[in-house]
Design a protein around this ligand. Structure first.
Ligand code: SAM
Length: 246
């Protein structure tokens, strides 16, 4: 990352109300360099311009932090891919106890090496959890084991709610990162969210710093345990679900 890019990163984070220290900026710098280098040999992200990585991955992920949902919480990122949003959240809010979950093992292995070597955070991430969310959510130590579950660009809202809410403790939160053109899929998920133990979703659009792009955060408070029958198989979840808006 050039000095201009690092200053730009710090300014954008300030616009989001965040005040990153030098260590956090250094880690984001190393993360960006490692991501772009590894992307030459492994499919990690379609975004290859460093300024766009800062805007569309770092600012977008960091935009969750002003919710104040995270300090000292047990957090799960479902379908983390190259670590978004989970790893950015952890770098900027180190008190999080973070688990990164993905069905693709080679991405998780890369994330683990990144945390231990380049980012020098050997204790930074509690677990790298390989497997399908709908299978892992049935394991005793995972089910209703997290204060906050986040997910970005994994499935349409009905599928995502069924995939994520079983992991959330009663009293905890599910935060879905969506595009702002998702009214229909959010409406399509309302009945199912209630059956899964969630309150009515709260929808908030936010603007990415230095862009005209609006993204959407869908917040669901969990108020009751998820019935044993959920999550169903991936095929069952997808039946009738609309195409995802991220
Ligand atoms: N969240 C990242 C982001 O926003 O850049 C990655 C998004 S990528 C489009 C979707 C990721 O979800 C992939 O890494 C994929 O392996 C993972 N994934 C899809 N379905 C999953 C499932 N049922 N359980 C666990 N991971 C899943």
């Amino acid at each position: 990352m050039t000095k201009e890019q690092r200053d730009y990163l710090a300014q954008g984070l300030h616009q989001l109300g965040l005040n990153p220290d030098e260590r956090a900026l250094e880690r984001l710098d190393r993360y960006l360099e490692a991501l772009l280098a590894q992307n030459q040999v492994m499919n990690l992200t379609a975004i290859t311009d460093p300024w766009e990585v800062i805007r569309l991955h770092f600012f977008d992920s960091a935009a969750l932090l002003p919710t104040r949902a995270f300090p000292h919480k047990r957090v799960l990122d479902v379908g983390t891919g190259a670590g978004f949003p989970g790893l950015v959240l952890k770098i900027l809010e180190p008190t999080i106890s973070l688990t990164l979950l993905d069905s693709t093992k080679k991405r998780l292995d890369w994330l683990q090496r990144l945390c231990e070597e380049a980012l020098e955070m050997p204790q930074g991430v509690e677990a790298f959890c390989h497997g399908r969310g709908e299978v892992l959510a049935r394991e005793e130590e995972q089910r209703e084991g997290y204060d906050v579950v986040v997910s970005r660009a994994v499935a349409s809202m009905p599928v995502l709610a069924e995939l994520c809410l079983p992991f959330v403790k009663v009293g905890g939160l599910f935060l879905a990162m969506k595009s702002n053109k998702t009214d229909q899929e959010i409406d399509a998920a309302r009945d199912l969210i209630a059956k899964l133990g969630g309150q009515a979703p709260y929808v908030m659009d936010y603007k990415l710093p230095d862009t005209d792009i609006f993204h959407r955060l869908v917040t669901v408070h969990k108020q009751a345990p998820t019935p044993e029958r959920y999550p169903r198989s991936w095929a069952k979840m997808k039946e009738g679900a609309a195409a995802p808006g991220r």
